[in-house]
Design a binder for this molecule. Structure first.
Ligand SMILES: NC(=O)c1ccc[n+]([C@@H]2O[C@H](COP(=O)([O-])OP(=O)(O)OC[C@H]3O[C@@H](n4cnc5c(N)ncnc54)[C@H](O)[C@@H]3O)[C@@H](O)[C@H]2O)c1
Length: 359
């Protein structure tokens, strides 16, 4: 079986998860972490000490020099487009972090570049790999809920994310782009690919502004889908520091024949220590173990979603076609989630209901 030669662009807070994923796929003969690019030289150096790859500060040099089969893009929300297009134009398969882009034109350009060069364009919508969500989808697909009429989703980060991790990038992103996009896609995934048709949204800037960060605190959006359902999405990144988890999240859907509700954060594990206070842990997302060879291994849907890309690339290297890959979060899915995100921000700006089909 092929072992995709992988490069990673952007080695920040989440880039390390991509490095971990491809390093351990190397242990199992499934992929090779060949190269990675990061403009922050001190960070690049640190990552190179922990992981074994050829480091670059110029992504074009990496794409031109290394014989890569696939590249993953883990740069800030508004900065995926140029890397995705550059890889696709060189015939390299690409996984983009979510959101695919924060504009419709950007998504369309990426999709066109991938189609023109016949390469895989995949988006890291990991909520599709959460076993709890997969169980929800099985019940919905079996018709147990009947026709879905309405629903509610929330995703809320602790304030350290926009305040401490990257305040400048937070001003160019939002709770809708960073968090909401996961659940816009999850709602589409659960509702058999339903497309957003209309949205009305509101946003508040108070807490972060008082801390000198000009970013949205919270965004609430009511989205209508073409299956007739409406779903409310509440997103924020101002949960107080003592909150019991870095993220709080969940979804419920109600149909003509039944309802489903999922606490996507609390998986039943709590801890309490003097240092951390009360904590709940979503071990389905990421959990660490040491294997029998003494190597650090990470498991969970956060890893599965990234690994799925490399496995898809292996199928293509072995002569398969994009059609052989079955379901995956495609560039089109990225575009449809971004359509909702663009509409959400347009509605906040105008105060109007936005027709998503016109975007
Ligand atoms: N799937 C998930 O669970 C998840 C979680 C967190 C973040 N993300 C996504 O991952 C992406 C990155 O988020 P993050 O929190 O890691 O941000 P981050 O700011 O910590 O990391 C981004 C990195 O990209 C680097 N970068 C910027 N321009 C570059 C360039 N031209 N060449 C090479 N490197 C460059 C930055 O120096 C930085 O280190 C975002 O799109 C975010 O939405 C996904």
């Amino acid at each position: 079986m092929a072992q995709a030669r992988i490069g990673v662009i952007g080695l920040g807070e989440f880039g390390i998860q991509h490095l971990r994923c491809f390093r351990q796929m190397g242990y199992w003969g499934e992929a090779q972490l060949v190269a990675a690019c990061e403009i922050n030289e001190e960070l690049l150096e640190r990552r190179m000490q922990e992981f074994d790859f050829t480091g670059y500060t110029d992504y074009e040099e990496m794409l031109d020099r290394e014989d890569l089969d696939g590249v993953t893009v883990v740069t800030p929300d508004y900065l995926h487009r140029m890397f995705v297009v550059a890889a696709a134009e060189r015939g390299i398969h690409v996984l983009s972090e979510k959101p695919l882009d924060v504009t419709m034109e950007g998504c369309r350009e990426m999709i066109e570049a991938a189609e023109r060069n016949n390469v895989l364009l995949q988006v890291d919508f990991h909520k599709r790999f959460d076993e709890y969500h997969i169980a929800m989808k099985q019940k919905i697909d079996a018709g147990d809920l009947g026709e879905i009429e309405y629903g509610y989703a929330h995703m809320e980060d602790r304030i350290e994310v926009p305040r401490d991790w990257w305040p400048a990038a937070a001003e160019k992103s939002s709770p809708a782009w960073f968090l909401g996009i996961h659940f816009y896609d999850l709602a589409r995934f659960l509702m058999n690919g339903a497309r957003g048709t209309r949205v009305w949204a509101t946003g508040v800037k108070k807490k972060l502004k008082s801390l000198g960060v000009d970013a949205w605190d919270s965004i609430s959006a009511k989205v209508e889908f073409d299956n007739g359902a409406t779903v409310m999405f509440d997103t924020s990144w101002i949960m107080p520091d003592p909150f019991e988890a870095i993220v709080n999240q969940g979804i419920r859907l109600v149909g003509t024949e039944g309802m489903l509700e999922c606490d996507s954060q609390d998986r039943g594990t709590i801890t309490c220590t003097y240092e951390e206070g009360m904590m709940t842990h979503n071990k389905s997302f990421l959990r660490e173990r040491i294997d029998k060879q003494g190597r650090q291994i990470f498991e969970g849907y956060g890893m599965d979603s990234i690994a799925d890309f490399a496995r898809n690339v292996n199928v293509l290297i072995d002569g398969g076609t994009l059609e052989d890959l079955g379901d995956y979060a495609s560039g089109y899915d990225g575009l449809e989630a971004t359509r909702i995100g663009v509409g959400v921000h347009k509605s906040i700006e105008t105060g109007e209901v936005v027709d998503l089909t016109e975007l």
